[in-house]
Design a protein around this ligand. Structure first.
Ligand SMILES: NC(=O)c1ccc[n+]([C@@H]2O[C@H](COP(=O)([O-])OP(=O)(O)OC[C@H]3O[C@@H](n4cnc5c(N)ncnc54)[C@H](OP(=O)(O)O)[C@@H]3O)[C@@H](O)[C@H]2O)c1
Length: 435
């Protein structure tokens, strides 16, 4: 039985998928049963990295969805619209969907899952997070018996590449970004990557799967690396840390609470101790650390983007659906574990109630007793200090870096307000989370 595949998009990922379908030799035997039937692009005249029969190309993406020879719709065009509408159109027509579109799934996942469950079709999203790293299916299936405590990850390759180079070279953020753009590691418009929005989309999806209910994407506190100073990366290294853009989703209430699951979900530059499993993830690689009971810590590592790795994940999803069809099984909805009817109530906790370790860089007057007064401000508000170091003194000005123990966010903010009010403190120059 041949299974017809329709591609919405033939860019980086779409071309990678087409290349795999065009060369089934040595792959899973089912790849040979997949036939590319129709492909939507914006500009059919654009040169492509794959050789395709030009008759397959259309500029109306709805024509791909509606083609009776297309059994599985693969959405790799990106953007919110018309991608969302096309996914819903495919579902309404009873066609399973494979998508790599984290932006759509993070915002409209609930709507799409409900539509898929109603129609009894699959929507598979392995490529939406972590590129070539299998993480969606492991969270949905292989780790299903665990109580997940925390999912944390380096899930944006562009920012990890920039941070790796800042750490290696002591270079400024803007210089490395410009170089990354020249080398093709960063988009011409890097905002979604460097401001943390892409990582927030992905952690919303991972948290939804790990904790069993939709996570409100808009409520995720997000801070990117665009204001990070080379100096903090250097000081962090001297204190035994590396700086990474970390996306974290952590359960903060007990497992048997009636109010449902309360999560602390956030994206921000974070100091990781050098021995932390995520600290050794460099360059464009991604890694996701899942912590649960009874499994303990499981880490997934690999290439987080690119034509080949992302197409690997897309084709795996296509094969999952094709395999079920081949044995005559009906589609069973988005996924038994993801079906809207089995969701649990998940909410984002009040951020001031969460506890973290912190790194603070203060610019102060270079006077005796300043460190003592800063220490008192922290101490009287119950914020215990792991280390306090004076780094640099220039004429009349000193830089003091404090690393706190784990403290409640509200106590830390109170202490910081008191410190800012000290006459000898000129400014809080940087404030970063620490693991
Ligand atoms: N690139 C990666 O490494 C990566 C990794 C993981 C996930 N993803 C996700 O995968 C998706 C695709 O990314 P990409 O990098 O492959 O994007 P891309 O290179 O920009 O390709 C987008 C493709 O969609 C086509 N397209 C866009 N809008 C269209 C419209 N309205 N009608 C018809 N065709 C349209 C474009 O046509 P033209 O070619 O004619 O312009 C192009 O072929 C995104 O959701 C992205 O977030 C990408």
């Amino acid at each position: 039985m041949t299974i017809g595949v329709g591609l919405l998009g033939l860019g980086t990922v779409g071309s990678g998928v087409a290349a795999i379908l065009a060369s089934p030799q040595g792959r899973h035997p089912l790849v040979a049963a997949l036939a590319l039937r129709r492909v939507a692009v914006r500009d059919p005249a654009r040169p492509r990295s794959v050789d395709l029969d030009p008759a397959l190309l259309v500029t109306d993406p709805a024509a791909v969805v509606d083609d009776p020879d297309v059994d599985i719709v693969v959405e790799v065009m990106g953007g919110l619209e018309p991608a969302r509408t096309l996914i819903l159109r495919a579902i309404a027509a009873g066609k399973p969907v494979v998508t790599a579109n984290k932006a759509v799934i993070a915002r409209y996942g609930e709507e799409i899952a409900a539509a898929a469950e109603k129609q009894g079709v699959y929507v598979l999203i392995e490529a939406a997070v972590g590129g070539g790293i299998p993480i969606i299916e492991p969270l949905k299936q292989s780790l299903g018996g665990n109580r997940i405590h925390r999912v944390s990850g380096i899930i944006n390759g562009t920012t990890n590449y920039i941070l790796s180079r800042m750490a290696e070279e002591g270079a400024a953020y803007g210089d490395v970004l410009a170089d990354a753009q020249r080398l093709g590691y960063a988009e011409a418009d890097p905002a979604a990557d460097v401001q943390g929005g892409d990582a927030a989309d992905k952690i919303a999806i991972l948290a939804g799967l790990a904790f069993g209910g939709p996570v409100p994407r808009a409520g995720i506190p997000t801070e990117g690396i665009d204001r990070l100073k080379a100096r903090d990366v250097t000081y962090a290294a001297q204190l035994g840390f590396v700086v990474k853009l970390l996306a974290v989703a952590e359960r903060i209430n007990e497992h048997d609470q009636a109010e449902g699951i309360q999560l602390d979900v956030r994206v921000h530059p974070t100091l990781l101790p050098k021995h932390h499993p995520l600290a050794g993830v460099h360059g464009v690689n991604n890694a996701i650390l899942v912590e649960g009971e009874p499994v303990g810590q499981v880490m997934f590592f690999g290439p987080g983007a690119g034509a080949g790795p992302t197409a690997s994940a897309v084709v795996a999803d296509i094969l999952n659906i094709a395999g079920i069809r081949q044995v005559g099984g009906a589609d069973a909805g988005l996924d038994p574990l993801l079906a809207a009817s089995s969701w649990r109530p998940v909410s984002l906790a009040d951020a001031s109630l969460a506890s973290h370790r912190n790194y603070v860089r203060l610019q102060t007057r270079d006077e005796a007793g300043v460190i003592g007064r800063i220490g008192t401000c922290f101490g009287t508000r119950g914020v215990s200090i792991q280390s306090i170091v004076q780094f640099e003194a220039t004429e009349g000005s000193a830089e003091i870096v404090v690393i706190t123990h784990q403290v409640r966010e509200s106590s830390f903010r109170d202490a910081l307000a008191a410190i800012t009010a000290l006459e000898e403190v000129q400014r809080v120059a940087a404030c970063l989370r620490t693991l």
